[in-house]
Design a protein around this ligand. Structure first.
Ligand SMILES: Cc1cc2nc3c(=O)[nH]c(=O)nc-3n(C[C@H](O)[C@H](O)[C@H](O)COP(=O)(O)O)c2cc1C
Length: 392
């Protein structure tokens, strides 16, 4: 639904429509995936989650991406109280979300997820699997209900499991479309299973999935081929990053040469879009003149979502005008103000993000407690100085 107001004149790029695959998106503001760890223990969607997603739809977002949703009843779940799309029961529990969002006229994609070694809470199995036996850096993240202690060491995923998980991504994507989602994004970023194949220090394999970048991107490509085959006529895409929930420093070692392999290879699988998350925003990378999302766009010609610190509408507009992305995926700014696009269109200032909104947990209950304690939010100048570097 097209928004109107002075902001649509001030920000012509942000408020112009654009297609992803065969789907017309009414503006360029996308809710970035946000894990809320607020489903039931066995991954069933609640009414609270329905109301949460519906409030974004009322807020005028061009597209809503769900939080990361796990794909099987084995090793994919990474967070306690994370929602799933692994069974028919879990699938059917999403119907109320899709119906509520569609009733407000917004499209919604599901982000599908396998945690790999970054397991902070799994209802189904003990242990974790990864490309190689490497203990994840850092500690589990209490904000996502992790223990605050070190991660367990994964065992090496078997070749049979690798093939099974590829198949399972496709099945999960199919279930998402069956229950009415408009598209699917694979979480291929931030240190989870596919990204563990892409990352040199978590991939110590000496088979055709390890070593050069052409090998390390192979697993992503197999996953995307599976998802594309399972969902031939709805938009599908993949999220990519350099940094990880447990490592904000990692940089692709081959720099621009890696980008020239990663993005075209992914595009060859027939996907419709790329989503590049970069917690520091759209600054140039690898000594080029472009951000990671800008390079993704340049090397594929696909629609690209840029992400990271784009909640200021001036910055968001400029990112699109500068061809750093076609869409802006907004995380913390969306969480702070579900009505961000509508307010920006109306020329009003959205409520700024405050870390208290996701403390002590990034759950809906803690968020509601924040608003009870601070009914009008926290003014920009008083927002806690500490930035929350993100997650999930
Ligand atoms: C509470 C929280 C939960 C998140 N959950 C996810 C997730 O499920 N999937 C994902 O790809 N990124 C997740 N992220 C990362 C955001 O989507 C986004 O990339 C990050 O917040 C940077 O964008 P921003 O500067 O607009 O917040 C999460 C971030 C936060 C703060």
């Amino acid at each position: 639904m097209a928004l109107s107001g002075p902001g649509t004149v001030k920000y012509p790029n942000l408020f112009s429509p654009k297609k992803i695959g065969n789907l017309e998106i009414s503006n360029r503001a996308v809710v970035s995936p946000l894990t809320r760890a607020s489903a039931t223990e066995d991954g069933i969607v609640t009414d609270q989650m329905r109301d949460y997603y519906a409030s974004y739809a009322r807020g005028g977002w061009g597209l809503i991406m769900t939080e990361a949703v796990y794909i099987d009843l084995k090793y994919s779940q990474g967070y306690a109280y994370q929602p799933g799309i692994a069974s028919d029961e879990q699938r059917d529990s999403w119907a109320k979300v899709v119906e509520a969002v569609h009733a407000e006229g917004a499209p919604i994609f599901m982000q599908i997820f396998h945690c790999g070694a970054i397991n902070q809470g799994n209802n189904w199995v003990e242990g974790s699997i990864a490309p190689s036996v490497v203990t994840p850096k850092g500690e589990q993240i209490p904000r996502y209900r992790g223990s605050g202690t070190v991660f367990q060491t994964p065992r090496e995923i078997t070749r049979d499991e690798m093939a099974e998980v590829v198949e399972t991504y496709g099945q999960a994507a199919r279930r998402a479309i069956e229950v009415g989602f408009d598209g699917v994004e694979v979480h291929g970023a931030n240190g989870y299973l596919p990204d563990e194949f892409l990352t040199v220090y978590t991939n110590q394999r000496d088979d055709e999935y390890g070593g050069p970048i052409e090998n390390r991107i192979r697993y992503h490509c197999e996953v995307m081929e599976s998802v594309r085959a399972a969902v031939p006529d709805k938009p599908v895409g993949v999220r990519i990053s350099q940094t990880k929930v447990n490592d904000f420093e990692y940089v692709w070692p081959g720099g621009d040469d890696d980008a020239r392999v990663v993005f075209p290879r992914l595009a060859e699988t027939g996907i419709d879009f790329l989503d590049c998350s970069a917690h520091l925003g759209v600054s140039p990378v690898f000594g080029t003149d472009k951000s990671l999302s800008g390079l993704a766009r340049r090397y594929t010609g696909l629609p690209v979502m840029a992400n990271g610190k784009l909640h200021d509408p001036d910055v968001a507009e400029k990112a699109i005008a500068d061809e750093e992305g076609d869409f802006v995926a907004i995380g913390k700014g969306a969480l702070a103000d579900h009505g961000w696009p509508r307010k920006v269109a109306a020329g009003e200032a959205p409520v700024p993000f405050d870390p208290g909104m996701i403390m002590p947990y990034a759950t809906h209950d803690c968020y509601d407690d924040f608003w009870k304690a601070n009914p009008t939010g926290i003014p920009e100048e008083k927002v806690a100085a500490r930035d929350v570097t993100e997650g999930a």
